[in-house]
Write a protein that binds this ligand. Sequence first.
Ligand code: NAP
Length: 549
Amino acid sequence: AMNDGSVDVARPSTTRSTDFDAIVVGAGISGMFMLYRLLELGLTTRVFEAGSDIGGTWYWNRYPGARFDSESWTYGYSFSKELLQEWDWKEHFSPQPDTLAYLNHVADKFDLRRDMQFRSRVKSATWDEANTAWIVTLEDGSRATATFLFTAMGVLSTPTLPKIPGRESFAGQAYHPGLWPHTPVDFTGKRVGIIGTGATAIQAIPEIAKTARQLTVFQRRPNWAAPLHNAKISKAEMEEIKSRYDEIYAHCRTTATSFIHNADPRATFDVSPQEREAFWEKLYAEPGFGIWVGNFRDSYIDEKANAELSAFVADKIRGRVNNRKVAELLIPKDHGFGTRRVPLESGYFEAYNRHNVLLVDVIKDQSIECITRNGVKTTKQEYEFDILIYATGFDGVTGAVDRIDFRGADGVRLKDVWAEGEPRTFLGMLAERFPNLLMVLGPHTARGNVPHGIEHCVEWHTGLVRFMLEHGYKRVEPKPDHVAEWTRTVLKVSEPLLAQKVDSWQTGVNRNVDGRLVRRVLGYNGHAVTYRKTTDDVAKGGYREISFR
Ligand code: NAP
């Protein structure tokens, strides 16, 4: 018996021919909760995790300054009231060590590590039609089989290094924030270079600047960023939050992106310029994503509205950066505010007012030629460093999928099927010709405030598996028509968005990865309530869009 909470359903087969009923790839927020539910269903489950412990994103990203930009008290799992009540968040936007401590608490509380195998990167997964099973091979060559294969790999788990020649010749220490060492890096007295100015760098730069002798930032394209306004949570405040958890989570279930913030029903030009300005001032002064997702409803679909908002935020940057030339360099000109995922910052712009921080524009003024033994050589000069940080991002959404050789029915490769353009899924959770492959937070799901998206996917898969157990089904595959229809829906919903006209990880563009130059739609960009209703309706309707055997 796997656990005490098993429900009263028939096991998939009494004479099990596979090693496990289910294999889960990844022990982050998705994999941990998926495992919990599978154990409840009574399925023998094994989680394979590449890292040496649980935590996923919060295990890998230990760089200085790493923290939430979702309100902490909306980020925790909501499936256990007891868990919500016993955990005290210390800050409104939790720093990475506290978040990892929280996830460790969850793993301990529910005894999740027992069914996990660490330092185990999955290399390939092959569908075995004759046995209705997945054969999973790890990098060390070992194999395991299971009826169900769950992917719980996150959307930003494949770090990418810059395609710059000479990287191996650098004699100092070099790091990617998504592969940060477990022992803290000491910047005291060091000359530090950082390449990239995405959300990661925007969190790291002000922190590193505090101790480094010299910090040089190589910026290709600037990103818009807005203040996080983090604060500590007092004991009394935490008690008050705990008393309102039902209400808080219920509210998040009504918003478009599952954050507490929701778009203002007014359009930008419905109100006078004075009123607009006052509203933006208020949002800019408030903690969290209000300035992004709590803005006028047309902010990211109407070019003129977006230009007004961008001009407001640009002025804020000008007001915070002393050097006018530097301020102008930090203001994006090639895309509007909020059309890429907005980093929330704590003193990012002020960091450039420090004497030890230098901004190097590597798009107009000069470009990076190569990495040398000593540092970075641009078309203008060589910059020498002790430490070099490649904050160059991730192969978003499909990167983790591509790393594994998934072979479905008739040996078809998932990578090839999706290479043509958009991923093709049913609800972002199932793929045609890949029977029994169940994706948690796969491409074309609604993400937003990520744990909410994850919990929904896990619950939906749990319902699906329970349905199969109840009916004695062993094989599940979405019907082609419904995959086509879902893919059309996802594309259609994205059409009006300005974000879809901008290169970013969200549109699948990454110049450091071959074949990643064409924009794709990689998420369900509609309202989260619509997504949940659509997916719940499939379940309520008895899964008519899906074939079972
Ligand atoms: P990113 O947003 O993709 O930024 C990568 C940066 O590296 C960009 O500025 C990019 O410039 C630059 N770059 C890449 N290759 C380069 C090259 N060869 N030469 C010079 N510059 C190069 O990646 P990220 O900052 O890691 O953030 C990714 C996502 O992770 C975020 O959007 C967010 O969703 C998530 N994140 C969340 C948090 C949080 O919750 N608090 C924190 C960090 C990250 P170009 O724009 O010109 O390509």
